[in-house]
Design a protein around this ligand. Sequence first.
Ligand SMILES: Nc1ncnc2c1ncn2[C@@H]1O[C@H](COP(=O)(O)OP(=O)(O)OP(=O)(O)O)[C@@H](O)[C@H]1O
Length: 477
Amino acid sequence: MSSPRILVVDDEADLRELLEITLLKMGMDVDSAATVAEARARLAQHQYALVLTDMRLPDGLGLELVREVNTNHKNTPIAVVTAYGSAENAVVALKAGAFDYVTKPVVLEDLRIMVRSALRLSEAEAPGAGQDAAEASRLIGESPAMQGLRAQIGRLARSMAPISITGESGSGKELAAREIHAQSSRAAKPFVAVNCGAIPEALMEAEFFGYRKGAFTGAAEEREGFFQAANGGTLMLDEVADLPLPMQVKLLRAIQERRVRKIGATSEEPVDVRIVSATHQDLARCVEQGRFRQDLFYRLNVIELRLPPLRERLDDLPLLCAAILARLAGPGQHAALGPGVLDALRAYSFPGNVRELENVLERALAFANDGVIEVQDLQLKAARPADPAPAAVAPPPPAAPAVMTPVPEPAAPAPAADTGPLPGNLPEYLSQIERDIIQRALNQTQFNRTQAASLLGISVRQLRYQIQKLGIQAPEG
Ligand SMILES: Nc1ncnc2c1ncn2[C@@H]1O[C@H](COP(=O)(O)OP(=O)(O)OP(=O)(O)O)[C@@H](O)[C@H]1O
């Protein structure tokens, strides 16, 4: 089998030589070009497994090559070499379709990581390899919005560019992130999803970067963090707007440098992780309000992927219902919608999106006779005629009175202290009360954590923490 062929485009002879030697040592065949024109000539002659170009060339910009390769040589990944500290250039190149970048002075280990990743990509795209993206997709729906989304995911999966996924709660952000990972050259490596809103602030650094044995009291043995766990794969930062500011600084550094330092370690280690972030909040607004760092926003938001709310793609309801019912019924079992049910679902606004649809159908199936769901089984309460249809990334609407009734104050069920027996285990007793109340709030809001938190007068972060601590089973994606 012949070695992969790589084109290096750089007018600085020293750097070009360094790149060539490194690539040759990795077993590649290397061609080089010193100008855009030479690069074009080479590209016309050969099919390359990777093009690596400097940003500034004597007769033009590396960016032009990025665009050309993306248009005329769709299966060839192209990466850029950017000057140190010019984060802006790297972001511009990624937006233009560069697969990845390395910064000058080039750290050879980073270069090797990038090249290996690009070659996995070329192999995956070789004719006959891999699956057809649409066929493999787990994102159900044939509405124009979903078709557009799947096409966009197919394109985005090829690069290393950070992606920021926005969309309402339950609209499929995590599923989309998994899809990007599954279609990328990183598919064989881990996909790690982290709910940034559910980690107590004091533990964040240890959770993200890991720690060495003895780094602090309780660090009985060395532990990896999320970055190490996702090495070679994809790290999804879910609810990224919930990151506390000090952690945002550390995360920005790790993303920029592609290196992390475990707590208690003296040196940093390289990590090769693609970052996908998600939020139901308007991150730009969070930046304006000083709650989110502008530089991290810029870094994460290189490419934006918006997930439409379910009410904007109601035509997908039949397919979604069929898939969800098939899953709920189990193999060999039958579950179906009775007459008028689809119309009733169509008239509903699904503030909790696909997750809410799943919950509605699951509950309805429990009530249904012989697996056929009737309109009354849906218990949609009110079809809410004038739904506000909130903007995709706007803060969630206030609790809708038609669906929710207030949860009593937590103090209300306190034991009748004067008469009843005292609880034998006060902490457990209080936990049980808390568990019941949170469960009720979640049930009432169809597991919309933002609305449940607002009903209970606590922050989403507090609610998530309590859900985890109390072991409440909330359906997750
Ligand atoms: N297009 C879709 N096709 C099939 N299932 C979907 C689709 N979109 C969402 N789902 C399902 O809906 C549920 C919620 O999806 P997911 O967890 O990805 O949403 P999310 O936007 O990340 O939610 P949250 O903001 O609450 O974290 C999951 O069970 C997921 O499988």
